[in-house]
Design a protein around this ligand. Structure first.
Ligand code: OSB
Ligand code: MG
Length: 371
């Protein structure tokens, strides 16, 4: 197929509930949607889910806009390819900038699967008809607020809850949630906020007694040695998120014993092809994986659902329904979950249409590249 047009759309959606992590708080999000058109007029959408600020990764929505408009779209427009796995080969000279690449790669997969009449899940090698969704809860103003938020999500049917933690907001709130919900599948995510002081290590060790399914990314992304040392010390599995950006990171982390579980994010790995490769490599090492989220709008969320249908995704993924974050999503129908289970669409492409009228009303700016 030949890509004839590409455009970027910076889209702003308000969040239904303020989300705070160890690094920042958010009331709305701005993601960049990528639209590719081929010579037959078929359309594929992707999502660049970079946060606006460089606190999760070095990328920002502004750097993504720059790199996508200046390097990635010009490489894709006019290109011919038979398989979306080839698209990443169009920009091999561009180092890093994986969030930006992921959105364009996703649009290519969506375009290809849509015009081939197959679901994105099937195109990626998915095998499951439905996937189990977990929710990710931010740091709340108080333990009571957190307990109320957990109760709300458990009532909504989500079978797994992940709690954001940071030094000073860890053992006490997590213990309170564990006492109130003794059999809930629970895990914590520090987004790299912990150092190796004895007090911070003691807090992480205390979490080992709370029956957590994993402790996600306690230390800084490059500090694989600290993760390996902690994993030797505790029986709760250590999960890596920010540390794993390329397959070689995973190879080294496995040799060091720095993880027992892998969070695969399409954005962090640089696209769906790279995410599938991470899934395959983890499977070779018997490492269970789940799909992490970046509060995606419906396009990225649909791609996450499709990816989560691959066989190695044996743990619940962060693919909660659109309404967990957004009152109105950019796709119709929105992503829905019933008793914490999301059906994997079987129709062509993403399996969701983009609501172009609504999209226009929430678009901050756009740019187009034509052949
Ligand atoms: O570490 O998983 C994370 C959101 C922004 C930055 C980092 C993370 C997250 C989430 C989002 O936890 C979870 C979701 O999309 O449901
Ligand atoms: Mg994480």
């Amino acid at each position: 197929m030949r890509v004839t047009h590409a455009s970027l759309h910076l889209v702003r959606l308000p969040l239904v509930h303020r989300f705070r992590t160890s690094s920042h708080a958010k009331d709305h999000l701005e993601h960049i949607l990528v639209r590719l058109t081929d010579e037959s007029g078929a359309v594929g959408w992707g999502e660049i889910a970079s946060p606006s600020d460089p606190f999760y990764s070095p990328e920002t929505a502004d750097t993504c806009w720059l790199v996508a408009s200046r390097y990635l779209l010009p490489a894709v427009v006019g290109s011919r390819w038979d398989d979306p796995a080839e698209v990443a080969g169009l920009w091999t000279k561009v180092r890093g900038h994986r969030f930006a690449k992921a959105g364009v790669d996703m649009a290519a997969w969506a375009l290809w699967s849509q015009s081939g009449g197959v679901s994105l899940a099937r195109a990626l090698g998915g095998v499951r008809g439905s996937v189990v969704a977990g929710v990710s809860l931010g740091i709340e103003p108080s333990v009571d607020d957190l307990l109320a938020e957990v109760a709300k999500q458990v009532e909504a049917g989500y079978p797994r809850v992940k709690l954001k933690i940071a030094p000073g907001w860890d053992v006490e709130p997590v213990r309170a949630v564990r006492s109130a919900f003794p059999s809930l599948s629970l895990h914590v995510d520090a987004n790299g906020a912990y150092g190796e002081s004895s007090a911070e290590l003691a807090a992480l060790r205390a979490l080992d007694d709370l029956g957590l399914t994993m402790i996600e990314q306690p230390f800084a992304p490059r500090n694989l040695l600290a993760h390996a040392a902690l994993q030797r010390d505790i029986s709760t599995p250590v999960c890596l998120d920010e540390s794993i950006e390329v397959l070689d990171d995973l190879r080294v982390a496995v040799v060091l014993g720095a993880l027992k579980v892998l969070n695969i994010k399409v954005s962090r790995m640089g696209g769906l092809g790279a995410a599938v490769a991470a899934h395959d490599l983890a499977a070779e090492h018997d490492i269970p994986v789940w799909c992490g989220g970046m509060h995606e709008f419906g396009i990225g969320r649909a791609a996450n659902v499709a990816l989560s249908s691959l066989p190695g995704f044996t743990l619940p993924s962060d693919v909660s329904a659109s309404d967990k974050y957004y009152e109105r999503d950019v796709v119709v129908p929105p992503i829905t979950a019933s008793a914490g289970v999301v059906e994997v669409p079987t129709g062509p492409g993403l399996g969701h249409d983009v609501d172009e009228d609504f999209l226009a009303s929430v678009t901050v700016r756009s740019t187009t590249v034509s052949a």
